[in-house]
Design a protein around this ligand. Structure first.
Ligand SMILES: *[C@@H]1O[C@H](CO)[C@@H](O)[C@H](O)[C@H]1NC(C)=O
Ligand SMILES: *[C@@H]1O[C@H](CO)[C@@H](O)[C@H](O)[C@H]1NC(C)=O
Ligand SMILES: *[C@@H]1O[C@H](CO)[C@@H](O)[C@H](O)[C@H]1NC(C)=O
Ligand SMILES: *[C@@H]1O[C@H](CO)[C@@H](O)[C@H](O)[C@H]1NC(C)=O
Ligand SMILES: *[C@@H]1O[C@H](CO)[C@@H](O)[C@H](O)[C@H]1NC(C)=O
Length: 386
């Protein structure tokens, strides 16, 4: 009795000392691409001349924020739901004007940029593939290291802060393949890039652990063979086969699974070197595959393959008429669609994936065994279903 009441007293004191709601993490540090960008590419574009990304215009953001925020969706992304569930504010983009105070900054920073590749642009340029900007995973890690003095004052303060953060490394790598496939490289050639992409992700994870990270979430690739983009690019081509149960392109989904298998093997190796670090693999592929197999069962009654917003065609995706272009159209009920604009997903889809990962069983180890669900907050419902 005495032992257990002492235990609860200590536990209560520990919880009382924590200034954060969830008792698991004080902060989120995020790297990645458009699946996690909460405004970086928008800010980078505003500060430079040239092409303005189409996702800086309505209907992007319409469902939740009621304005474009730089997120490639109609509303919140997986990272937003993670922040909400941890009782943190939405994680600001690193390229923002840090007018908020040190306390605010210490709740997390997001370095993810839409369009980012895992590999540096020199890799792609050497193969004749153009990548848009100097925003690769290595560049993002560089920004993080440069911004550390703003966030923490000493090496041990920084280690402590990073150790109490949830560090999201990805999804990243999808664009290394997208850019190459879209520029006409064969699936077989792009397959040879996978080990390079995995090595880059792994060396970033190792460096973050050296900087103090104790809990990292590393997502795999989505089933890209189900993306309206590829379904349109390969439409009518005899170069690919389709999976009868989903309508997705078999070779591209196998490709994504190959990336994921190599990633999982490499993560196991890191777990052996750092047994005290939580290395959490996030299975985006199978979480999303639930919906591609039975869209109606999960409320995606308009099917999982057609884009809500786009320029028409068999999947409402057209490479020359992007979502938000004057000639594009937007569906009336985005929450009933999985695919938002061809390449990216709707808020409803991201919420579904978030729940499968962070409340369900689609992470290894299960997130709820690392941070108990009882410590998490219910995420706010979808705005249109309220
Ligand atoms: C940054 O903030 C300052 C002060 O609020 C403002 O004058 C400046 O225009 C901002 N810069 C950008 C790039 O938003
Ligand atoms: C610091 O920022 C946080 C988050 O934005 C805010 O809640 C808090 O009131 C701010 N503190 C001060 C002293 O301005
Ligand atoms: C990319 O950005 C990094 C850091 O901001 C800089 O050091 C490097 O010179 C840039 N490279 C190119 C090719 O612009
Ligand atoms: C898929 O559908 C095609 C055409 O309906 C059929 O010929 C083929 O046997 C089916 N394959 C499987 C694995 O069910
Ligand atoms: C894409 O849109 C353009 C411009 O409206 C049109 O000319 C073209 O036929 C469309 N392509 C497809 C595949 O629908």
């Amino acid at each position: 009795m005495a032992d257990s009441s002492t235990f609860y007293l200590i536990l209560t004191l520990l919880l009382a000392c924590n200034a954060y709601a969830n008792g698991c993490y004080t902060s989120i540090i995020s790297f990645g691409d458009s699946l996690a960008d909460t405004g970086n590419l928008k800010l980078l574009s505003e500060n430079s001349v040239g092409h303005v990304p189409h996702f800086m215009f309505p209907p992007y953001g319409d469902t939740f924020f009621h304005k474009p925020t730089g997120r490639c969706s109609n509303g919140r992304l997986i990272i937003d739901f993670v922040a909400e569930s941890l009782g943190l504010r939405l994680i600001p983009p690193s390229q923002g004007n840090f007018t908020f105070n040190e306390t605010g900054l210490r709740q997390g920073v997001n370095y993810a940029v839409a369009g980012a590749t895992a590999l540096d642009s020199s890799f792609h340029e050497a193969r004749g593939i153009s990548t848009n900007r100097n925003i690769s995973l290595g560049v993002q890690l560089g920004w993080f290291k440069e911004s550390l003095p703003l966030i923490c004052s000493t090496v041990s303060d920084c280690k402590h802060l990073i150790g109490r953060s949830l560090v999201l490394v990805g999804e990243i790598g999808g664009n290394d393949y997208n850019h190459a496939l879209e520029s006409g490289k064969s699936i077989a050639e792009v397959e040879t890039y996978v080990p390079f992409v995995i090595n880059t992700i792994i060396s970033t994870v190792n460096e973050l652990i050296e900087l103090g990270a104790k809990t990292l979430v590393i997502p795999g690739n989505l089933p890209i063979g189900c993306s309206a983009t590829y379904l349109t690019i390969f439409y009518g081509s005899d170069k690919v086969q389709y999976d009868n149960s989903t309508g997705c392109i078999t070779q591209l989904n196998k490709f994504a699974e190959y990336h994921n298998e190599l990633l999982k093997i490499a993560l196991n190796q890191i777990r052996e070197v750092y047994p005290e670090v939580n290395i959490i693999y996030a299975d985006y592929f199978n979480a999303a595959m639930q919906v591609f197999l039975s869209p109606n069962a999960y409320g995606f009654t308009n099917g999982a393959l057609n884009a809500c917003c786009g320029g028409g065609g068999p999947f409402n995706y057209n490479t020359s008429v992007a979502c938000a272009d004057p000639l594009s159209t937007t569906c009336a009920e985005p929450d009933k669609y999985f695919n938002w604009d061809g390449l990216h997903l709707t808020e409803a889809a991201y919420m579904f994936i978030f729940k499968s990962l962070f409340e369900g069983s689609y992470t290894t180890p299960q997130f709820k065994s690392v941070c108990p669900t009882s410590r998490l907050q219910q995420v706010e419902g979808l705005s249109s279903s309220m």
